[in-house]
Design a protein around this ligand. Structure first.
Ligand code: HEM
Length: 358
């Protein structure tokens, strides 16, 4: 680890020197040796790392399993934190640096795939583990059409220790327990729901191991608000080997519904935050972007971080309206926020779909 940090320092120092020689100090930042533009010369070293992530981790900039898992990893890393102290270092990359310890926690089931995938690239990058984990999450999310362009700040020190167990919420937890955990980490119920927009680009491998890659909505390759709609549909089936801990009935073959998402969508403390996301792309993007900006620097001294957000690729937009899956309509919803009108939502034509695994 010490070596990784030293080489990070050298890489950055070298990058910075090259840049000051070649940089155009125009009003809009600098031009890096790679030809890309950024507000701060120190960020130039990140462009080649972004390229490596896209080619070697995200299969050529796809919104696939690795991109999804990189986002999940950033949450599981950062949430190991308490505003009252006594827990982990927050968004410090401890989940990657101390993966042998943290991967063994029950809530981190299946996360070893992405820590294994990131490990060699992290060593090669020269970044701190925290910078690497949270850069990868921002870049992976940017591969999903409809996602906001997440911020990225650089300069997290190396993590000191693994986060303790039992900081990551589980799908078997009650709404009260989930909101308490989020509050302990500094997030309001509204921010917790905002962060759950992530489940629009998500699938489960270990909830029901007989059906790995089972998505939480019918469009896991798009950062749309479909998950907020589909979690409110009446459930009628289990997609795999029957009911599993943390799983409840889902409306569609091939789709997994988490008990926690089901409960948060219907609980009076969160139902209106949930429902107002439906077909409200700009609102959802904005809420998610802000909550992620907070999550990704949790526990860090932000005065020491450099804003390198302009190294994050610009996501493709999602400009359509969302639709009910074929055969479903408003009558199939279990709406739990009476004060909010539901927008008009069309239904996809044809027979009810079976959602394909990711
Ligand atoms: C109440 C809080 C949460 C619970 C209980 C929860 C639970 C889960 C579970 C059980 C899975 C499936 C794991 C598997 O079987 O492979 C999952 C996947 C995922 N979660 Fe969450 N989650 C929560 C919040 C979040 C947040 C805040 C984020 C990000 C900001 C997030 C991002 C993801 C992503 C992207 C996946 C898909 C990973 C993949 O496809 O590889 N989750 N979550």
């Amino acid at each position: 680890m010490a070596f990784a940090r030293l080489s990070a320092f050298i890489t950055l120092a070298l990058g910075a020197t090259l840049v000051s020689a070649a940089a155009t100090t125009a009003s809009k930042g600098v031009v890096c040796p790679t030809g890309q533009r950024t507000a701060n010369a120190a960020c130039c070293a990140l462009f080649p790392i972004v390229d490596t992530l896209q080619q070697q981790l995200f299969d050529g900039a796809e919104c696939g399993e690795e991109a999804h898992s990189a986002l999940r990893l950033s949450f599981h890393d950062a949430i190991g934190f308490s505003i009252h102290g006594g827990k982990g270092g927050g968004a410090d990359g401890s989940i990657l640096a101390f993966n042998t310890t943290e991967n063994a926690f029950h809530a981190n089931g299946g996360i070893d795939d992405i820590t294994d995938g990131q490990w060699p690239l992290f060593l090669q990058s020269g970044l701190s583990a925290g910078d690497f984990v949270h850069l990868a999450a921002a870049v992976g999310t940017a591969n999903c059409p409809g996602a906001p362009r997440l911020k990225f700040f650089m300069g997290r020190p190396a993590p000191k220790a693994p986060a303790p167990d039992l900081t990551v919420p589980e799908p078997t937890d009650s709404v009260t327990a989930i909101l308490k955990r989020f509050a302990d980490a500094g997030f309001s119920p509204q921010e917790a729901v905002a962060l759950l927009a992530s489940h629009t680009i998500a699938a489960a491998d270990v909830v029901d191991p007989s059906i790995p890659g089972t998505p939480f909505d019918s469009t896991p390759g798009t950062f749309d608000s479909q998950v907020f709609l589909e979690v409110l549909l009446k459930g009628k089936l289990f997609p795999g080997a029957g009911e599993q801990p943390g799983e409840v009935l889902s409306p569609l073959a091939g789709e997994m519904r988490l008990q926690s998402d089901f409960a948060l969508a219907r609980d009076p403390r969160t139902a209106c935050f949930w429902q107002e996301m439906i077909d409200n792309q700009a609102h959802m993007q904005n809420e998610f972007k802000n909550a992620m900006a907070k999550l990704q620097v949790l526990g860090q001294d932000t005065r020491k971080l450099i804003d390198c957000s302009d190294v994050v690729p610009v996501p493709q937009p999602f400009t359509d309206n969302i639709k009910f899956p074929a055969t479903f309509s408003k009558k199939d919803l279990e709406l739990a926020c009476p004060r909010l009108p539901l927008p008009n939502i069309a239904t996809v034509a044809g027979p009810a779909p079976t959602v394909a695994p990711v």
